[in-house]
Write a protein that binds this ligand. Structure first.
Ligand code: NAP
Ligand code: ZN
Length: 366
């Protein structure tokens, strides 16, 4: 068993101020990588700029990272980082800006071109990175993964490099209060997926089981409340904690078939990442259950509920999405999903017919 997590994590109200001296040690000019408006709406920018000013750190801003960042946006970020002579990166946002910042770090440090971003042999160096999540889903602030979309091949895929673990993660639930109900639900389901995949993965780490159970309990106890009362900080804080625990989990166990299934639904149908995992969550648990009886019994003992009770709680949320998925798409996706690294980390690798049945379970009847 091995644990490795080189990120200094601040997980509390006022985390940014508490992390100030560690940010100050990272450089003199920061490139702030963010999405369309969340860096401002969340309140991060208003807190961050005085912290940078007090530390004599200047900055440039690379805004507009879109959901599911593409390779071209990484190269534009690389060019801006070099032109503005920055020396470290601060990522603000959901998983999309944080993942983009990780890839920009590798692109700059190793002078990578677009077709070299996924080539791990070329990932030799990186830049210091601070991650400030504004969603409670991906846990990207504590993982070594970056998930990008190649728009030429319409393929969404991640890569991992220990070099891109953020140096500092600032997790403050106040920055998540402005999330819409939809993003609140979808990102929480993503976090739940990461925690469950820590139980499923063949890289499962026994040491993490109490943390996984704690994260899942936090989601079960707080998700409905958060959706009903979006301004209730304790529920957000619980979900933020669960999300970081989910990130710590997949940093060790990786993601599995659950994520491999979700990616093409995001690229082909625009289904948000968390929801794309959620639409298969019950099917995947049932598919793995015969092979993972002991592991699931251990989990449900720790949760103090049965698998059926868990599934009935889960099905209380609107995650049972159906799409107009053609037979041709199913046949094209089967080999693609089976070839992913995530699928190989799964405890049971489905055969083509089993995978076909799982995919058909989300087909809209027309
Ligand atoms: P996201 O794609 O970063 O953002 C989704 C939406 O939420 C955007 O419209 C964003 O607006 C908005 N938003 C974010 N924070 C907000 C706030 N506080 N208030 C209001 N709106 C806010 O969402 P995500 O689910 O966090 O990230 C998904 C990506 O992460 C996917 O590409 C997924 O594959 C990846 N992922 C990575 C890992 C990893 O370990 N690296 C793990 C799981 C998933 P703006 O445009 O204004 O930002
Ligand atoms: Zn995910």
């Amino acid at each position: 068993m091995m644990l490795y997590l080189p990120t200094r994590i601040f997980l509390e109200e006022g985390a940014l101020q508490k992390a100030a001296k560690y940010i100050a040690a990272l450089g003199k000019k920061a490139l702030i990588v963010c999405g369309q408006s969340s860096a401002y709406k969340s309140g991060v920018m208003a807190d961050l700029l005085p912290v940078l000013q007090a530390a004599d750190i200047t900055h440039d801003i690379y805004p507009g990272i879109r959901e599911n960042p593409d390779l071209q946006s990484i190269l534009r970020g690389k060019a801006q980082f070099i032109a503005s002579q920055c020396d470290f990166i601060i990522a603000i946002g959901g998983g999309s800006p944080i993942d983009a910042a990780k890839a920009i770090s590798l692109a700059v440090a190793n002078d990578l071109a677009e077709d070299q971003l996924y080539n791990s042999a070329l990932h030799q160096k990186s830049l210091p990175l601070v991650a400030i999540p504004t969603t409670h889903g991906t846990g990207s602030e504590v993982t070594q993964y970056s998930v990008l979309t190649d728009t030429k091949s319409s393929k969404k895929a991640g890569f991992g490099s220990e070099l891109i673990f953020p140096r500092v993660a600032i997790v403050d639930a106040r920055y998540m209060m402005s999330l819409s109900p939809e993003v609140s639900l979808n990102t929480s389901i993503d976090a739940l997926s990461h925690l469950l995949e820590g139980v499923y993965s063949i890289q499962r780490n026994e040491f993490l089981m109490p943390l996984i159970a704690k994260g899942i309990k936090l989601i079960i106890q707080n998700l409905s409340q958060c959706l009903e009362k979006p301004d209730y900080l304790p529920a957000r804080a619980a979900l933020a904690q669960a999300s970081t625990l989910g990130g710590i989990t997949i940093a060790h166990s990786s993601t599995t078939l659950q994520h491999a299934l979700g990616y093409p639904f995001t690229t082909a149908f625009g289904i948000p990442h968390g929801l794309a995992n959620g639409m298969f969550m019950e099917q995947i648990m049932n598919f793995y259950a015969p092979a993972l009886q002991n592991e699931l019994n251990q989990l449900f003992d720790l949760l103090g509920m049965s698998k059926d009770e868990f599934l009935s709680w889960l099905n209380g949320f609107p995650i049972q999405i159906k799409v107009e998925l053609s037979e041709a798409q199913i046949e094209a996706w089967i080999p693609m999903i089976l070839a992913t690294r995530n699928t190989r980390i799964s405890p049971v690798i489905p055969n083509a017919e089993q995978l076909r049945r799982i995919l058909q379970s989300v087909q809209k009847q027309v």
